[in-house]
Design a protein around this ligand. Structure first.
Ligand code: TXA
Ligand code: MG
Length: 315
């Protein structure tokens, strides 16, 4: 969607219906949750999700939390084990995010998971968030609605000051009650705390009847920061390639003849939207040596290059 002047919407049924329509059109909508304001997009649309990263100016592709109205909706996208079910029963709706195995046929954009096979899901407790999620009827990917590196927003005024000219709509639901992001727990294997937040660790441990593993605990899979670097294609990666050498598959950008082209017109948002999908396709093609066209190091190009440098790093 193009960026017409910011549509500021009231939190009533009509305002929320208009916000849901913007999401359906692939637009960006900021909405209140009990923790902080989120910057939402349809989690199934690559272009819309790429728009989140462009608006925030994130220099890397951190995976995003998907917001759903209830546990039944969340079960369509990921697999709950006993620990996850216990935590969800006790703390949803609320300030808890669970990282769970992603259902392969879930239809979630790979940009949401940064190519991982896990998904972070949350059922927010805020009445306006609930109303919006039910009106939209699909998964909403949403990081906090602040420019990268800035403070998380807890009022509509914070959002419009930081991102007002970069998003399509903002539902004004007043100040957030918790004011601190959700607690993130991975239930892939032994339950592990990935981020402290709105629900105290002690309450989670009481519910589970066992201590949570901590991010620096050797038994814990990975902390969120490390997780973003986990995915790399099976083949070796050569960057800034003007053409493919023999035996190489070219992942192109701009007007080059390539096996796969991230954006023939040189559009960085389009390239970001396709990046993870194309890295997976290169695996499916059995590419053992991958050459990648130069990508300009500005805007979303910085996040794309960050990802490609990790993919190219010796393993
Ligand atoms: O309270 C909140 O959680 C707010 C509201 C809007 O819901 N959202 C939020 O999103 O704080 P964000 O993008 O600022 O933080 C998401 C965190 C990141 O640290 C990211 O690494 C982690 O969630 N995350 C997302 N998917 C993950 C995954 N599959 N595995 C591990 N960590 C994940
Ligand atoms: Mg944030």
């Amino acid at each position: 969607m193009t960026h017409a002047p910011l549509l500021i919407l009231p939190p009533d049924v009509d305002g929320v219906a208009r916000a849901a329509a913007v999401l359906r059109d692939g637009g960006l909508v900021s909405f209140p949750t009990e923790t902080v304001y989120g910057l939402g997009a349809d989690a199934r649309k690559d272009r819309a999700v790429a728009g989140i990263f462009a608006a925030k100016g994130r220099p890397s592709f951190n995976p995003l939390i998907v917001h759903l109205p209830d546990m039944a909706a969340a079960e369509k996208y990921c697999v709950f084990n006993d620990d996850a079910t216990r935590l969800a029963d006790a703390f949803w709706p609320g300030a808890l995010t669970l990282v769970l195995p992603l259902r392969p046929d879930a239809g979630i954009s790979r940009l949401v998971t940064a190519g991982l096979d896990t998904l972070a899901v949350r059922v927010p407790d805020h009445p306006v968030a609930q109303r919006l999620l039910r009106a939209f009827g699909g998964p909403v990917a949403a990081p906090s609605a602040n420019p990268s590196g800035r403070i998380s927003p807890t009022t509509a005024a914070h959002v419009s000051a930081g991102l007002g000219n970069k998003i399509n709509a903002l539902v004004d639901g007043g100040p957030c009650s918790v004011g601190l992001e959700s607690t993130i727990v991975s239930c892939v294997g032994r339950p592990a705390l990935l981020r402290a937040g709105g629900i105290p660790t002690e309450a989670l441990e009481t519910c589970l009847g066992a201590p949570l593993a901590l991010p620096d605990d050797p038994e814990t899979p990975q902390s969120p920061g490390q997780l973003a670097s986990h995915y790399a294609p099976l083949g070796t990666v050569r960057l800034n390639a003007t053409e493919a050498q023999s035996g190489e598959v070219l992942l192109g950008f701009g007007p080059v003849s390539a096996d796969l082209n991230l954006s023939p017109t040189g559009d960085l948002t389009e390239a970001a939207a396709k990046l993870f999908d194309y890295l997976h396709r290169l695996d499916l093609m059995g590419a053992t040596r991958i050459a990648v066209s130069p990508i300009p190091d500005r805007g979303l190009g910085r996040a794309i290059n960050d990802r490609l440098r990790r993919a190219a790093a010796p393993r």
